[in-house]
Design a protein around this ligand. Sequence first.
Ligand SMILES: Cc1cc2nc3c(=O)[nH]c(=O)nc-3n(C[C@H](O)[C@H](O)[C@H](O)COP(=O)(O)O)c2cc1C
Ligand SMILES: [Mn+2]
Length: 502
Amino acid sequence: MAPPRDLRDWIARLEREGELVRVAAEVDPELEITEINDRVVKQGGPALLFERVKGSELPLLINQFGTERRMAMAFDAPSLDAVAEKLSDVLEMQPPQGLVEKVRGLQKLKSIAGSRPKTVRSGACQEIVLEGDDASLDLLPIQKCWPDDAAPFITLPAVITHDPRSGVRNVGMYRMQKLGPRATAMHWQIHKDGRADYLATDGRIEVAVALGLDPVTAYSASAPLPKHIDELMLAGFLRGEPVELVRAKTVAIDVPANAEIVLEGYIAKDELTEEGPFGDHTGYYTPPERFPVFNLTAVTMRRDAIYPSIVVGKPPQEDAWLGKATERIFLPAIRMTLPEIVDYDLPVAGAFHNCCIVSIRKAFPGHAQKVMHAIWGLGMLSLTKAIVVVDEWVDVHDYEEVLFRVGANVDPQRDVLITEGPLDHLDHAPTRQFYGGKMGIDATHKGPEEGTREWPPEIEMTPEVRELVDRRWAEYGIPLDTAAGNGRISQSPRPLRRLLRR
Ligand SMILES: Cc1cc2nc3c(=O)[nH]c(=O)nc-3n(C[C@H](O)[C@H](O)[C@H](O)COP(=O)(O)O)c2cc1C
Ligand SMILES: [Mn+2]
C-alpha cells in the first residue's frame, strides 16, 4: 500500500478501519458541528462525515487527523517516527559502498527525483466549472466555529501562490473568512511565505485554493518548509508518488487534480479588510486585524464534492496531530544543523510555539544555551517562547520527568536565560505584537567548568536487586502489577529508537 491517492480513497480506508462515522442527521455548520466534534476529538473518537449539512448540498468531513493512529495512517506508516525516518534516510545519505548499497542509494535518489509534481491534461477537480456569477461560496458548508467568530471561516485550505520574482510555488494553510459569496479574507500572518509572495507583487497576485486533498498533500500545506522549497515536492516525496496538477481555469496556477474543490481568484495589493475575531488555536479569540481580500473568479469541483473542515480552539484539538506530524517529520532536518539534539517535544497544551523541550548530548559548558540560541534562529521554531533543555537520557515526551529535572537541576538565577525576539503573530501575551520576551531553562547537569559544586550522583537501584525482585514478585503476594516500573521517573538512559540514535 501507499498513502491515499485522494480524499475518497482516504475516506474509504478510514471507514474500513473503523475510523470514520457517517452522520445522517441534519446538522448546522454554525456552532453545532464544532460542539459535536469537540466532544469526539477530546475522546480520541473517529473522523466524522456529516452527510446533511444545513444550507448546503455538500457533505462535510472533519476530524480526519484527530488521533495519532489516523495521522500515521494518512502516511500509510506505522508511526510518525517512521515517516521521519524516510526523510532522514535521504538527508543523511553517504556515498554508497558496494553494489547493494549503490542500488539502495539509487532508489533513494529516485525517490527524490520522483517527488516533483507532474502536470496532467485533466483532473477530477474540474468536473464542474463555475465562473462569473455562478461561482459562489454559498455552495459550501463553511463552518462558523465559535460563538464570537466574525463569520464562517474556511479552515482547511491549501492556498497556492507563486513568488513573482522566482516563480517558485508556495502552498500554505491559511484560514479564509467568508466576506460574501465571492470574497474572503486571507489570513497571511507576518512570518509566512504566502504573505511574502503577496508583498513582492505589484498590483494583483493570482491565488488558487485547493480543498479536499489526499491527507499527505493537505498536511504538506501546513509544513514549515523554507520559502524556496515547494510544499508539493514534500508531498510527492512522502506519498512516494508525484502530486498531479492541472491548469486552473481562470488563473495561471496549476492545482492538484485530485482536489474535491478548487477556488480560483486574485488578491489586489491594496485591498484590505477587517479580519476576525476568530477563536484560534491559542485558545483565545484573535482580535480583528487588517488582512488582504481574496476575490473569487471561479469554483471548480468534483460532481459529488466533499468539503473538508477542521476546528481549532483550546488544545487539544484536531490540529494537535498535524503539529505532532511536523514535530516528528522535521526532527531529522533539525539534526542536520544540530546533531547534538537527541529529541524534542512541542507540548500540544503549549500550542506549539509557547514551549519546546529538547534533549541534548551535552559536551561543553554553555551547550544548553548554544542550543537555545540555535532554536531561536531556526525557521518557525524561532518563534518559540520558552525552551527547556535536558540531558540526553531524559525522555522529553514525559512531562513529569521533565518537571522533575527542572525542579531538581535548575538554579533559576544561573540557569534561566531571559532574552527577546520575534513572537508568533497570534500571541496575545507580549506587550507589543510580534516581539517580546523569551525564556530558556537549562535543566541539564552542570559540571565544575560551569562554576558549580560537585554534581551529586542520581539514585539508582542495582540491576541485580531489580532482577531479584522481578523474579520473586509473586512470592511477596502484593497485588500490584510492577511490570516495567510503571509511573517511575526514569533515572537511566533508556534504549532510544533508531531515529534518535547517535
Ligand atoms: C488548521 C491550521 C490552520 C492554520 N491557519 C493559519 C492561518 O490562518 N494563517 C497563517 O499564517 N498560518 C496558519 N497556519 C499555519 C501555516 O499553515 C503554517 O505556518 C505553514 O507552514 C504556512 O506555510 P508557509 O510556510 O508556506 O507560509 C495554520 C495551520 C493549521 C494546521
Ligand atoms: Mn512555504
